[in-house]
Design a protein around this ligand. Structure first.
Ligand code: KIV
Length: 292
C-alpha cells in the first residue's frame, strides 16, 4: 500500500511567507461544492465565499440583502470541498457594523457553524476595533478597502476609488489601521494600479487586488466572471477564461428539443423489465384492447 502525503492546508503563515518571498497568492470566489472542489484541484490558495453570491448566485442587484444564514449555507459546502485552500467567509452587511460584540459573535458563527478558516469584512479605521477583537478571539481576518460594495449607497456608485491624493492617504491609513488591528490580508478593490503598489509596498500584510493592477501580493476575481456565468455586466478588470453561460444554454436547449422530439431518453438511458414481466404486460395490453 502506497502512503499518501497529507495535504497541507493554506494558512495565514503561508500568506506571510509568500509575501516575504515575493510569491504571488491566488484567490477566487466559490459558493458551492463542485466549484470549490474544482478550485481546490486547480491549486488555488484561497477560496472566498464572497457576499457577491447575492448578485451572482441569488439574483439580487447588490450585496446588501445577503444574510448570515446565506453565508453559512454557502460556506459549508465550500469547506467540505476545500482540502488545501484556505476558506474565507465574507461577513455580510450589518453583521459587524452594529457593535464589536455582534461582529465577534457573527465571525464566530462563520468559523463554528460553517467551518470557515477566516472571515473578511469591509472598512478601515472604523472597523479596526472590531477586527482587533475578532483576531484576539482567534479568528483570522481579511480586510477589504477601495470599492466596498456594502457601502455602495453612501458612495453612490461602483466607480474607481482612491483617485486623488487625499483618498490615497486615507486608504493607506485605513490599511495601516487594519494591519495594526491584526488583519492577515487586505483585499484592494478597484483602485489605480500605482496606488495599489504604494499601499502594498507600505504595509507588512498581504494585499489581494481586484481591479488594482499587477503589483498586489495576490489577485482575486469573482468565479462567475472568470467562467462566463454572470452575464448582466462584465467588469473591465475581469478576465474571462471560459464562456460557460452559452455552453450551458446550448445544453439546455438540446435537452428541451430532445425531450419534445422523443429522442431522450433513448434505450441506453432506460431500464428493461424481466422477460416474463414484459410478456405479461403485453398480454394485459392485448386483453384490454380486445375488451374495448
Ligand atoms: O464578495 C466578493 O466576492 C468580494 C470580492 C469582490 C473580493 O468581496
Amino acid at each position: 500500500m502506497g502512503e499518501t502525503t497529507p495535504i497541507k492546508k493554506v494558512t495565514v503563515s503561508y500568506l506571510k511567507e509568500a509575501k516575504a518571498k515575493g510569491e504571488k497568492v491566488t484567490m477566487l470566489t466559490g459558493y458551492d461544492y463542485p466549484t470549490a472542489a474544482a478550485l481546490d484541484a486547480a491549486g488555488i490558495d484561497m477560496i472566498l465565499v464572497g457576499d457577491s453570491l447575492g448578485m451572482v448566485v441569488l439574483g439580487y442587484d447588490s450585496t446588501i440583502p445577503v444574510t448570515m444564514e446565506d453565508m453559512i449555507h454557502h460556506t459549508k459546502p465550500v469547506v467540505r470541498a476545500a482540502k488545501r485552500a484556505m476558506v474565507i467567509a465574507d461577513m455580510p452587511f450589518m453583521s459587524y457594523q452594529i457593535s464589536t460584540k455582534e461582529g465577534m459573535r457573527n465571525a464566530g458563527r462563520l468559523m463554528q457553524e460553517a467551518g470557515a478558516d477566516a472571515v473578511k469584512l469591509e472598512g478601515g479605521v472604523e472597523v479596526a476595533k472590531t477586527v482587533r477583537a475578532i483576531v484576539d478571539a482567534g479568528i483570522p481576518v481579511v480586510g477589504h478597502l477601495g470599492l466596498t460594495p456594502q457601502s455602495i449607497n453612501v458612495f453612490g456608485g461602483y466607480g474607481l476609488r482612491a483617485k486623488g491624493l487625499a483618498e490615497v492617504d486615507k486608504l493607506l491609513s485605513d490599511a495601516t489601521a487594519l494591519e495594526l488591528a491584526g488583519a492577515s490580508a487586505i483585499v484592494l478593490e478597484k483602485i489605480p494600479a500605482p496606488v495599489a503598489k504604494y499601499v502594498t509596498d507600505n504595509i507588512g500584510i498581504t494585499t489581494i487586488g481586484i481591479g488594482a493592477g499587477p503589483d498586489c501580493d495576490g489577485q482575486v476575481l469573482v468565479v462567475h466572471d472568470v467562467i462566463g456565468l454572470f452575464e448582466k455586466f462584465v467588469p473591465k478588470f475581469t478576465k474571462q477564461y471560459a464562456a460557460l453561460g452559452p455552453t450551458m444554454r446550448q445544453a439546455f436547449e438540446e435537452y428541451v428539443s430532445d425531450v419534445k422530439a422523443g429522442a431522450f431518453p433513448a434505450e441506453e438511458h432506460s431500464f428493461p423489465a424481466d422477460e416474463a414481466v414484459t410478456k405479461a404486460l403485453a398480454e394485459k395490453s392485448r386483453t384490454k384492447a380486445k375488451g374495448k
